[in-house]
Write a protein that binds this ligand. Sequence first.
Ligand SMILES: Nc1nc2c(c(=O)[nH]1)N[C@H]1C(S)=C(S)[C@@H](COP(=O)(O)O)O[C@H]1N2
Ligand SMILES: [Mo]
Length: 216
Amino acid sequence: MEVAVLPPGQVPAELRRFGLPEFARIRPLVGARPTVTVTGAVRRPTQVAVADLLDLAARQEQCSDLHCVTTWSARDLRWSGMRFRDVHERVAGQVGVAGAARWVTFAGLDGYRACLRLDDALADDVLLADSLDGRRLGAEHGAPLRLVAPGHYGYKSVKHLCAIEYRRTYDPGSARWKAHPRGRVAHEERSRYLPGWAWRRLWRPLLPAVRQRYDG
Ligand SMILES: Nc1nc2c(c(=O)[nH]1)N[C@H]1C(S)=C(S)[C@@H](COP(=O)(O)O)O[C@H]1N2
Ligand SMILES: [Mo]
């Protein structure tokens, strides 16, 4: 039997709703016609219905793992949705994204925000997903649409997506100083200031308390 190896410092877990503790009690209500606002370093900010966004490009199916900085990993999640790159290519000209935009912040209906370097967000495996394991994404895991960025720690994969903000500069977002600007799993970029292996030891003991806030 082939046993795939998890990235350094990660342990396998079931997928459960999780996030920053301060967002644990916010379960956004998704309206009948949800939209995504495209704004920031653009000439013509716009708002697109999620339904129209999903018609912009070919649907992609992807099986990937979700790695949280607090050291749990949920494996083999079957996402379906659009490549962010395909959406970007169709919308960027329309909104007039500034040539100097190097970063992109994704925001959720709960007010949560996370920023990716634009070139990282344009990778093949970065999706705007509306489906998980063959079912429409529920309130639990990010309805109506969530970002899936498997090469980056989970805090970059914003649930309940309602805004895409192109930026000239990095934006720490909701995780503030705890966020790493790139957050690449392969480089163990868990947080800033200390190496990844040091953050493992700091984040792991906090996991049970955060779990409890989400489960309770
Ligand atoms: N809108 C929103 N997105 C979010 C978060 C959040 O609190 N709010 N938490 C992030 C973190 S830290 C993780 S690990 C994943 C967890 O995804 P899950 O709830 O589907 O397990 O969502 C990410 N996206
Ligand atoms: Mo996380």
